[in-house]
Design a protein around this ligand. Sequence first.
Ligand code: GMT
Length: 374
Amino acid sequence: MNIGITCYPTYGGSGIVATELGLELANRGHEVHFITYANPIRLDPGIPRIHYHEVEVSNYPLFQYPPYCLALASRMMEVADAYSLDLLHVHYAIPHSIAAMLAQQMMQPIRKLPFITTLHGTDITLVGVDPSYFPITKFSIEKSDGVTSISADLKRETVNVFGIANEIRVIPNFINCDLYQPLRDKSGAQIYAPGGEKLLIHLSNFRPVKRTLDCIRVLAEVIKHVPAHLLMVGDGPDRGPAEHLARELKVSSHVSFLGKQNHVERLMPLADAALMPSEMESFGLVALEAMACGVVPVATCVGGVPEVIRDQENGYMEAVGDIAAMARRVVSLLTDDDLRKRMAVAGRAHAEATFSTEKIIPQYEQYYRDVLAR
Ligand code: GMT
């Protein structure tokens, strides 16, 4: 198939899933056209059957807000026509679905161009419920030729909030288990923990919904019991406050803020436990990345996380903001090698059995066929 993919190409779960999906589809022989405003991260140039079409947004003094959605719709239509795209697959409803709908209407005199919207989380739970975007989010979902959700929880939420009657197919996020692998030898961790401290990791876009500051609070509790070092990977609005809190709690020397990193698969397996204290998480891709790398996630029990983590079997889930409980779980993991190894092995097995690319990508291919056959 010739597939057009649109996503946010910057750091964020939906962009990462869309990019990895495109790469996997190209691997299986499809021609994949990314239509985005920047080259998606993790998309190295020169990969066979991967094409990149940049969306340029011209600005005029008249525009207080450059109309990205319109520039995207025009580009989608051009690419669809020039490369005979079979369908558009957009990730994150706003504004990608609306742009796809406009492209579809522009293509109508030439031929049919179906589009599929994949809902990722904040497009529904934060942006979609915002009164400014509620009607257009509902409309864009209803107009999509196919809708997928990355968890059953997000599907329920979408139906409850928007009263959507369309079929929404749940296709969970996936992980490339060849790329994300456990490390037998964690000696690389010495760069960050030269004294042999245990290594914790947090990875996010440091937005308030991630409760990044809770990681610092958990660390402050943990190091009262066991020597540990925390890697904070990513960047965003809460990075400054997190650095400030680390100084205030006098744990700065136990934390490394690494900023945005492209090769998470190299950092993650160095850790002993991953912290994901989010307020809301429709799936929790980071927990899955951790499990695939044999790193035990300590997370909050929100949204779709229970569909990823099996509590006390391959990870832990506590209430949002319960620092003491999360710290207790981390301490037990860091002080009991058998427990940690047992849970790490269980996590890796679960990632392979349930969320590997081999299991999930064919579900997308089937869905494309189903939508095209309608
Ligand atoms: O919150 C983020 O990390 C970014 C956001 C996005 O859409 O880019 O992530 C959402 O999509 C991810 C990929 O499907 C999910 O793993 C995250 O759980 C989800 N984030 C939230 O629901 C807060």
